[in-house]
Design a protein around this ligand. Structure first.
Ligand code: ZN
Length: 79
């Protein structure tokens, strides 16, 4: 199991690039046992959410896809 130092390195690396499966697994094991690192991960995760929604907001100048198709009432010949 990785030390807290290793775990924090993995956490910050995960912000830049996807972790390998082994690293992810090690990190998860550590986080499940270490409240402090889990808290750090939670904070970094929140940061990641913010970054992601900022990117989505930046993408929002695409024209809207139009109104949703109206839902048809139950067709009489649906039997
Ligand atoms: Zn730890």
């Amino acid at each position: 199991m990785p030390s807290c130092l290793e775990a924090s390195r993995l956490l910050s690396r995960a912000l830049d690039e996807p972790l390998g499966l082994l690293d992810q697994a090690l990190l998860r094991v550590h986080l499940s046992m270490c409240g402090r690192c889990a808290e750090v991960q939670r904070q970094l995760g929140t940061l990641g959410e913010l970054t992601r929604s900022a990117i989505e907001a930046d993408d929002a100048d695409d024209p809207p896809a139009g109104p949703p198709a109206p839902t048809r009432p139950t067709s009489p010949d649906a039997s």
